[in-house]
Design a protein around this ligand. Structure first.
Ligand code: SF4
Length: 139
């Protein structure tokens, strides 16, 4: 039986970020926002993850590693664009080595960089509005 998603184990990939987004991702794991208490955690290996969070506009050098990480994460899985660059509306969108962000994210967390409160709210809203099945909750 499909159940509401109650946790996300996130693998993060910096795909050409200026590091502003990483600062806010780090804040999410700290005392003030404490994402672990909401069932969300950042994990060290894609094999331990059920979601991928991407920061940055996806540069030429990071496009292939990003694909490999995504392929390594077992299904079901979800792709999260963190920040305007990853969404494709950021300041680096038209840079010469930029792929212009993700084309196929399931969750978009806007901002330059996003506020941790916004990120936490959007992730929690997504979890409560989706159900986990044995196969896939994201195509
Ligand atoms: S969205 Fe803003 S803070 Fe995040 S990587 Fe792009 S420029 Fe940096």
């Amino acid at each position: 039986m499909a159940k509401t998603i109650r946790s996300l184990q996130i693998r993060h990939v910096d795909a050409g970020s200026c590091n502003g987004c990483e600062q806010e991702l780090t804040a999410l794991t700290g005392r003030d926002y404490d994402i672990q208490s909401h069932g969300i955690d950042i994990v060290a290996s894609p094999r331990h993850a059920d979601s991928l969070i991407v920061t940055g506009p996806v540069t030429d050098t990071m496009a292939l590693p990003l694909d490999r990480v995504w392929e390594t994460i077992p299904r079901p899985k979800v792709k999260i664009a963190f920040g305007n660059c990853a969404i494709g509306t950021g300041v680096f969108q038209r840079a010469y080595a930029s792929h212009g962000g993700l084309a196929d994210s399931d969750i978009e967390i806007p901002g330059c960089p996003p506020h941790p409160e916004t990120a936490l709210r959007l992730l929690c809203e997504w979890m409560t509005s989706h159900r986990r099945s044995h196969h896939t909750y994201i195509s």
